[in-house]
Design a protein around this ligand. Structure first.
Ligand code: PLP
Length: 417
């Protein structure tokens, strides 16, 4: 029996050796500081449209308080299949090829655990969403990151993927539109990547949670490319497109063998996604298009304003084509990503996320979410301009507090019409 000071030695070493999320670490700092403007969290500033909330309330009134089937409400799976077919021309059988999950987070964990065997390598373009590498490690696999660079629009190429493949490579884990860079992929590059995937008999896990938030060109669903449907687990959800982060609802679509394997884990660990959230998601798919489009239009307007603001203050910023993040390079300030984020928070009370939270290739950058009100964005960028000026960054023109004049913060729920 060990004494109490050594309880940590009981913890699975896989877990104790895992660093905490760089975002979480930073947000502990933020929560200890009063009056902070946060451009840190990857979360819509909109409230879930009213008709979606109402559908949930109504379902409770009708007494829908029980478990659903492990795979999720059949009607919801049908609606998901209909949505995927209408949007991307890829057909899934709602009976065997769709699983409703507790957010994309659970879908990701299930896909990785169902497919990764000990020692398998998973290729991940980097900078990357913070959960990918830890999920792979927890499943006993090895995350192999492939750096992408601003000069190439943070896009991954078929050549880079091919160069990273070893005999242990099993999966390519993709996320476009990308968190944290906002990069999107063009169809031609994805077709080249598809050829590499097939030539090396790889599987794909495609996290398309930001697919609806595509402002430049059209989103290409990886599973819709020739020969990829059967070897791809497509992940998507409702958190970002429908402003439903707290509902915790997502889904996986893929060939029946993969979905059956994922469902096995899901039934032992989660049982099913909450029925109220499933009812709300069904309403989102049935009647939420207008509200979603209006929110996306708002993000796009903010995106353009944010890009302009960075240019004006003299920070190089790649133009994001999707999601709701900008990823400016901050090396001109002479600070590292963490120094920038910490000093900016301390001196100007604005939270951004240090780029190295998304892997070493994010060093020299910070992630700013523009899913924030226009007033907050305006004030945050006024402060950032002065913070950068004080560190010798030469602005093109001085950014005034009225840079975003004319933009109005939408009232919560307004987008529902
Ligand atoms: N995937 C990416 C790329 C994300 O950015 C996030 C959340 O920020 C998630 C997955 C998690 O999504 P969910 O809320 O559906 O679990």
């Amino acid at each position: 029996m060990k004494n109490q000071s050594s309880w940590s030695s009981y913890v699975n070493p896989l877990v104790s050796s895992m660093p905490s999320s760089g975002i979480r670490k930073f947000f502990d700092l933020v929560s200890g500081t009063k009056g902070v403007i946060s451009l840190g969290v990857g979360e819509p500033d909109f409230i879930t449209p009213w008709h979606i909330r109402e559908a949930c309330i109504y379902s409770l009134e009708k007494g829908y308080t029980m478990y659903t089937s492990n795979q999720g409400l059949f009607e919801l799976r049908q609606a998901i299949a209909g949505d995927l077919e209408a949007a991307y021309g890829v057909a899934y059988d709602p009976g065997k090829e769709i699983l409703v999950t507790v957010g994309v987070s659970e879908g990701l964990d299930l896909a990785v655990r169902a497919l990764v065997c000990p020692g398998d390598e998973v290729l991940i373009p980097e900078p990357s969403y913070v959960s990918y590498a830890p999920c792979v490690s927890l499943a006993g696999g090895k995350a192999v990151t492939i750096p992408t660079v601003m000069e190439e629009g943070f896009r991954i190429t078929a050549e880079k993927i091919e160069a990273a493949i070893t005999p242990r490579t099993k999966i390519l884990l993709m996320c476009y539109p990308n968190n944290p860079t906002g990069a999107v992929m063009d169809r031609r590059s994805l077709l080249e990547i598809a050829e590499v995937v097939k030539a090396h008999d790889l599987l794909v896990i495609s996290d398309e949670i930001y697919s609806r938030l595509t402002y430049v060109g059209e989103h290409t669903c990886l599973a819709s490319l020739p020969g990829l449907r059967e070897r791809t687990v497509l992940l998507n959800g409702f958190s970002k497109a429908y402003a439903m982060t707290g509902w915790r609802i997502g889904y996986a679509a893929g060939n029946p063998d993969f979905i059956a394997a994922m469902t096995k884990i899901h039934q032992y660990t989660m049982l099913c996604a909450p029925i109220t959230a499933q009812m709300a998601a069904l309403e989102a798919l049935k009647n939420g298009r207008l509200a979603m489009t209006q929110m996306v239009q708002q993000y796009n307007r903010r995106r353009l304003l944010v890009i302009h603001a960075f240019r004006e203050m003299g920070l190089p910023c790649f133009e994001p084509g999707g999601a709701f993040y900008a990823f400016p390079e901050i090396t001109r300030t002479g600070l590292s990503s963490e120094e920038f984020a910490e000093q900016f928070l301390k001196e100007e009370k604005v939270a951004v996320v240090p780029g190295n939270a998304f892997g070493p290739s994010g060093e020299g950058f910070v992630r700013c979410s523009y899913a924030a009100s226009v007033e907050d964005l305006s004030e945050a960028f006024r402060r950032m301009a002065s913070f950068c000026r004080a560190r010798g960054v030469r602005p093109k023109t001085i950014l005034g507090p009225r840079s975003f004049a004319g933009e109005k913060k939408p009232a919560a729920g307004q987008a529902t019409g």
